[in-house]
Design a protein around this ligand. Structure first.
Ligand code: ADE
Length: 240
């Protein structure tokens, strides 16, 4: 058996993991050893009588900053000899996480994740420990834990054997550069709204065409950025 996908999480809330990731197929995969999770309690690396992990920002300003020495010790403790795993720090100012990046991470040996709290973390630990800052969206969370769980879930569901056919991928949002088409199931009549006829026509080619059209329409409306990238791709391939 290949080694499990290995996640190490540095956090002030180790007892909150795996949290929701213990549920469903992702949780079963954890139980069956397809992936492995360990947490490192940042407080255990704190300094002084109160195990302080943060201090006021140099230069003044609001909030508190995670100390470089405390976080560096935690990162070093979580790092294996010759650890090949990328070290990511969840942060609103990071590069946006994409499905393409999720695929790359899932294909690798695992990840080391740093969950920030407070205003930020000392830049020197980002620089010396090679932390790659990653954001899960253009909004600000109170800390990196929920973002870390989102990243883990996105990766783990792609691991071979975790989701079976459900993660087949090609038809999902982002996989083809488009948002997903709308879904319907029983009842045929829901509060006077019926299922589009084409979906019950048995004409597989027509269904595929309808789904493609709907996916394109949604993408144009909701994500002009994705749609522009699609058009560019199409133009570069020379088909219109
Ligand atoms: N921490 C706070 N906000 C975040 C975000 N948007 N993504 C990742 N980590 C965060």
């Amino acid at each position: 058996m290949t080694a499990p996908w290995h996640v190490s999480v540095i956090t002030l809330h180790p007892d909150r993991f795996p949290g929701i990731l213990a549920a469903s197929l992702v949780g079963k995969a954890l139980e069956s050893g397809l992936w492995r999770l360990e947490t490192y309690d940042l407080r255990a690396f704190g300094r002084g009588r109160h195990n302080s992990v943060d201090d006021t920002p140099a230069g003044g300003g609001p909030g508190m900053v995670l100390r470089a020495d405390v976080l560096a010790d935690a990162v070093d403790a979580a790092t294996l000899p010759d650890d090949p795993r990328p070290r990511l720090c969840l942060s609103a100012r990071g590069r946006p996480l994409t499905q393409a990046r999720v695929h790359k991470l899932a294909e690798g040996p695992g990840v080391l994740l740093v969950c920030g709290r407070f205003e930020g973390i000392d830049q020197r630990v980002i620089d010396t420990r090679g932390l790659d800052e990653v954001s899960i969206g253009d909004f600000v969370l109170a800390g990196g834990e929920v973002a870390a769980m989102a990243l883990m879930e996105a990766c783990v569901r792609l691991l071979p054997g975790v989701m079976g056919a459900d993660a087949s991928g090609d038809e999902e949002s982002f996989e083809a550069g488009l948002l997903e088409y709308p879904h319907y199931t029983r009842p045929q009549d829901f509060e006077g709204q019926t299922i589009p006829d084409v979906l019950t026509s048995g004409d597989h080619a027509a269904v595929a065409r309808w789904r493609r059209d709907e996916a394109e329409k949604l993408t144009r409306e909701r994500r002009p950025d994705l749609w522009a990238a699609q058009e560019e791709l199409r133009d570069s391939k020379g088909d219109k």
